[in-house]
Write a protein that binds this ligand. Structure first.
Ligand code: SAM
Length: 247
């Protein structure tokens, strides 16, 4: 997968060289290219923002540097069309479902903004010929889109074939598509069997796969009811009962 990020803070994206994403890039599974938006400005101060039409506080990112930057990124591979991901608190929520969808795309271009965001005409212009997604990582406002890009790239990259050591590990995650999609993952344990007087649930030592699976499902339900009761409405208890009968 190819990933381009256009930003005024290229150094903010340095964590993409580290850990899982960095290793995936080093192994050739990801081709990450970071671009400095200011290299597409033409004035002495490398200006990327201006005052908003209609007045009001804050500045708005000018369309010209974004247009030149995106044209240049697109021209680097004219035979293909990327999905353009525009981080914005006013976008559609970034979910595991969207991460799965994006992980199947060969090329993603991210446009993290600063100030009050990017002049609207940029989304309109590229939205006419490309798949442009305005995406929010949560109901809060950050100073810029770089942190959301780090979040989204990591969520997408770990789903790419070969990136995680064990492909099954993301299939059991909270929100993973499948019969448990509406449930958060339950608690997990590792060795030692006793720590500060605390043991681990007996069933996890039983070696009985069916019982372990049922326990995990029950714990997932318990945790979801407690932390995310809104998700329980989307759960399908009948599918869990069917699964139990198969065990
Ligand atoms: N005035 C904008 C609003 O209220 O929607 C907020 C702009 S914010 C200060 C600057 C930039 O940070 C946004 O354009 C976007 O790139 C990024 N950003 C901030 N919060 C975000 C969020 N929750 N999800 C995705 N991007 C976000």
């Amino acid at each position: 997968m190819r990933i381009d990020v256009v930003t005024i803070f290229p150094e903010y994206l340095a964590p993409l060289n580290v850990s899982l994403v960095g290793k995936a890039a080093a192994r050739g599974l990801l081709d990450v290219r970071i671009h400095d938006l200011r290299s597409w400005t033409h004035d002495r101060h490398n200006t990327v923002d201006d005052t908003p039409y209609g007045g009001g506080p804050g500045m708005v990112m000018k369309p010209e540097p974004w247009g030149e930057a995106l044209d240049s990124v697109l021209a680097s591979d004219p035979g293909r069309r990327p999905v353009v991901v525009v981080p914005t608190p006013s976008g559609k929520p970034f979910t595991q479902e969207l991460a799965v969808e994006l992980s199947a795309k060969p090329w993603l271009v991210f446009t993290p903004a600063r100030y009050e965001g990017i002049d609207r005409r940029v989304v309109e212009e590229y939205g006419e010929r490309l798949d442009v997604r305005e995406v929010s990582i949560g109901d809060y406002v950050l100073a810029g889109g770089e942190a959301p890009v780090l979040v989204m790239v990591e969520a997408v990259a770990r789903l790419l074939p070969g990136v995680l050591g064990n492909a099954a590990s993301h299939q059991d995650d909270s929100f993973a598509p499948g019969p448990m999609a509406a449930l958060l993952e339950g608690p997990v344990y590792t060795k030692p069997p006793e720590w500060r007087g605390r043991g681990i649930p007996e069933v996890l030592l039983s070696g009985h796969h069916g019982k372990v699976a049922r326990w995990r499902r029950d714990e997932a339900l318990r945790r979801t009811s407690l932390n995310r009761p809104d998700l329980i409405a989307g759960a399908d208890p009948a599918s869990y009962d069917r699964k139990d009968r198969e065990m």
